[in-house]
Design a binder for this molecule. Structure first.
Ligand code: PEP
Ligand code: MN
Length: 344
């Protein structure tokens, strides 16, 4: 269960209650939620609910929560969470993920050089996108593959941001990289291979930077939402989920995009949910159809790999769209969203 403290609750109210819960043999964690404090209460035996806690001084409400991902669950937070991006940036219009706007984040798998990155970024902008993706710290399956430009790639992202005004999404693989990428990144991405890197998630949780958390390729929906919980529990409410395909027996496609996960997660959680059809299929010819299916299934946006010369791409060329195809995808996905809104 979650105990929501009143805005007037004192430190003593909170501390007395926390000690009482611990004396009862339960675990209690205090979380800052805007100007309020919450106490998550759990016990290894499973969910619990005791309405009598509402009689404690300083308590406003007790939420019964069955799901183990308490803060990520819709039981606790019924309205959709809206993650703002670029709210405090001068001379740019912020974007909002999860609040009814639909955004396609597009760009190359990896930043390769300044000229290519800028060329792709301007085309991404022309296609109607506000967010640019590009990895500089890359988690590649083979240690012999291109591992990303590292810190020098961040300088290129800075230039892209300055020249195009696009918001920047880039992946971090380890705690130290959070600080390195912090200034240029508007959203920090956690890749599929790091979904269960709990220390990394906790560190991202102690910032307020939006985090795009991809689903682990072999993780269940529950494990995935528990990973999001690590970030939320540490005080960062700005979590964006992203289905990117899971491992199945099918080998024709690179992964199997779990379309079920979109409505399932939208029902279970209040967090915004994107879909990555590029890694989900591994085949550029499938990317548009799968993007449209994901949009119809309720995705709040897409994450799409784009390259001006996919044959020469240093990573994931096979699944990268040429920029000319991106515009058609964005227009069709937005049209689907518009039709669906009529019935909301
Ligand atoms: C990526 O977005 O480039 C990436 C590496 O994705 P994933 O972690 O889903 O494989
Ligand atoms: Mn990639």
């Amino acid at each position: 269960m979650i105990i929501l403290m009143a805005h007037w609750a004192t430190e003593k109210h909170i501390e007395d209650l926390r000690e009482h819960i611990i004396d009862l043999g339960m675990a209690a964690h205090i979380i800052e939620s805007g100007k309020r404090k919450l106490i998550t209460v759990s016990v290894s035996g499973g969910p619990l609910f005791d309405k009598s806690f509402e009689t404690w001084p300083g308590v406003e409400k007790v939420f019964p929560i069955i799901q183990p991902f308490m803060l990520a669950s819709r039981e606790f937070h019924q309205e959709n969470t809206v993650v703002p991006v670029g709210l405090k940036k001068k001379n740019s219009t912020p974007v909002f993920l999860g609040g009814g706007e639909f955004h396609v984040i597009a760009g190359p798998c990896a930043i390769e050089d300044e000229k290519t990155a800028l060329e792709i970024a301007f085309k991404v902008k022309e296609a109607g996108c506000s967010l640019f993706r590009g990895g500089v710290f890359k988690a590649r399956t083979s240690p012999y593959s291109f591992q990303g430009l590292g810190k020098s790639g961040l300088k290129i992202l800075k230039k892209v941001k300055k020249e195009t005004g696009l918001f920047i999404v880039t992946e971090v693989l380890e705690i130290q990289e959070i600080e390195e990428a912090f200034e240029v990144a508007d959203i920090l991405q956690v890749g599929t291979r790091n979904m269960s890197n709990y220390r990394l998630l906790e560190s991202l949780g102690s910032t307020k930077k939006p985090v795009l958390l991809k689903r682990g390729m072999s993780s269940t929906i529950k494990e995935y939402l528990m990973a999001a919980e690590y970030i939320l529990k540490n005080g960062n409410p700005n979590v964006i989920l992203c289905e990117r395909g899971i491992r199945t027996f099918e080998t024709y496609t690179r992964f199997t995009l779990d379309i079920n996960a979109i409505p399932a997660i939208k029902q279970l959680s209040h967090l915004p949910m994107l879909v990555d059809p590029s890694h989900g299929t591994g085949i550029w010819r499938l990317v548009e159809s799968v993007s449209l299916a994901a949009t119809a299934a309720g995705a709040d946006g897409l994450l799409v790999e784009v390259h001006s010369n996919p044959q020469m791409a240093l990573s994931d060329g096979l699944q990268s769209l040429i920029p000319e195809r991106l515009k058609s995808l964005v227009d069709k996905a937005k049209a689907i969203k518009k039709v669906l809104r009529v019935y909301e």
